[in-house]
Ligand binder design. Structure first.
Ligand SMILES: NC(=O)c1ccc[n+]([C@@H]2O[C@H](COP(=O)([O-])OP(=O)(O)OC[C@H]3O[C@@H](n4cnc5c(N)ncnc54)[C@H](OP(=O)(O)O)[C@@H]3O)[C@@H](O)[C@H]2O)c1
Ligand SMILES: [Zn+2]
Length: 340
């Protein structure tokens, strides 16, 4: 079978089409014909050699977390049937620690993610497959497992409800657009930022209430404070200097959730105002399988239309990574290894 594999770490030139043996299903596993797998910055970190998961000695490496497709084969004990339309929840958990026993599963002490979706077929844990209703397309479904699930979980962790205002720096990518749309679903208002007016115009079309065109934290602070005042919560996937910015635009007692580090792995915060304003900063990673099932239902019920910025064939996967790297993407980028 064909895969889009990382053959060299560094930049998108390291993505190549590589033939691999067809996978065989182990016990409790299913082989899925991959119709769609979306790209996440997590994949780009791996490609850039920024992830402890992969190094030169483990190449070629096939990444890709967000698999949607059709079950082609099943191993003994697998809980799905050949022909089922499915979406993979990429969470991998030990099943034994206190968080696996009592929840939430995304706090598992051995939490890991599935990799292998940029391929024609993928061998996956069948118990992690969610049935896809006929009216939910593979491409739109593949946007959900990482970006929308992470965004949804952060809205829960920040207690965002109807009428709240949420600040989303860097609102035009996977997690950003997902946060804007899911705020809309719960009835919250949003302020989103980007360095591109073209992307912000598309963001307003998918429901963002206020947009700020800037990448400069001082300028953004001024704009947010003057347009909406202090917000109830900040959903931050950038970290770096955007953490302090989040604190400065969030109200007293408000919460900021952080799930990423695109703008820097380290953030400095001004402690005196942070404790005076009694704010909270919470870390967040992915979400739970039942939360992902809930997102599939939102799409099936027509309450959420995930934004697919562009689609690529398996051979074009390198271009998908180049577009993400160049900040030339809006919403989710999706690779379609086997279009129907
Ligand atoms: N913990 C988890 O479970 C989890 C799950 C999903 C994602 N994440 C993390 O969340 C982050 C976003 O992931 P994603 O897949 O949504 O990425 P993405 O689609 O590439 O995000 C693009 C957004 O990031 C902004 N951006 C890109 N580079 C930037 C920079 N150097 N400084 C400031 N803004 C920048 C872009 O702004 P412009 O519009 O100005 O170009 C755009 O709004 C990543 O750090 C990822 O690892 C974590
Ligand atoms: Zn566990």
């Amino acid at each position: 079978m064909r895969t889009a594999a990382f053959t060299e770490l560094g930049d998108p030139d390291g993505v190549e089409t590589v033939e691999r043996q067809e996978p065989e299903p182990g016990d409790d596993e299913a082989i899925v014909d991959v119709r769609a797998c979306s790209v996440n910055r997590h994949d780009l970190w791996i490609l850039e050699g920024e992830s402890p998961l992969v190094n030169e000695s483990t190449l070629p490496f096939v990444s890709g977390l967000d698999v949607a497709g059709v079950v082609a084969e099943t191993g003994d004990g697998a809980s799905v049937d050949k022909g089922d339309r499915v979406l993979l929840c990429p969470n991998q958990t030990c099943g034994e620690c206190e968080f696996c026993r009592e929840g939430p599963e995304n706090m598992c002490q051995s939490f890991m993610l599935y990799h292998g979706g940029f391929a024609e077929s993928a061998a996956v844990d069948a118990s992690r497959l969610i049935a896809l209703p006929d009216d939910v397309g593979f491409t739109e479904a593949s946007t959900l497992p990482t970006a929308y699930l992470t965004a949804w979980h952060m809205l829960r962790k920040t207690d965002v409800t109807a009428g709240d205002t949420v600040f989303v720096p860097g609102a035009t990518g996977g997690v950003g657009v997902a946060t804007i749309q899911l705020c809309d679903v719960v009835g919250a208002r949003t302020v989103g930022t980007s360095t591109s007016e073209e992307k912000l115009s598309r963001l307003r079309d998918v429901g963002c209430d206020h947009t700020v065109e800037s990448g400069d934290v001082d300028e953004i602070k001024k704009e947010v404070r003057s347009s909406v005042g202090r917000v109830d919560a900040t959903v931050n996937h950038l970290a770096g200097e955007f953490t302090q910015l989040g604190l400065e635009v969030t109200k007293r007692g408000g919460t900021q959730a952080i799930c990423g580090r695109t703008a820097g792995a380290t953030s400095e915060i001004f402690a005196p105002k942070f404790f005076l304003h009694q704010q909270e900063i919470v870390g967040s990673t992915m979400g739970t399988q039942p939360e992902l099932e809930n997102l599939v239902r939102l799409v099936a019920d027509g309450k959420l239309e995930p934004v697919v910025g562009a689609t690529y064939t398996l051979e074009e996967t390198r271009q998908a990574f180049a577009d993400m790297d160049d900040r030339d993407a809006f919403g989710k980028l999706v690779v379609e290894p086997q279009s129907a």
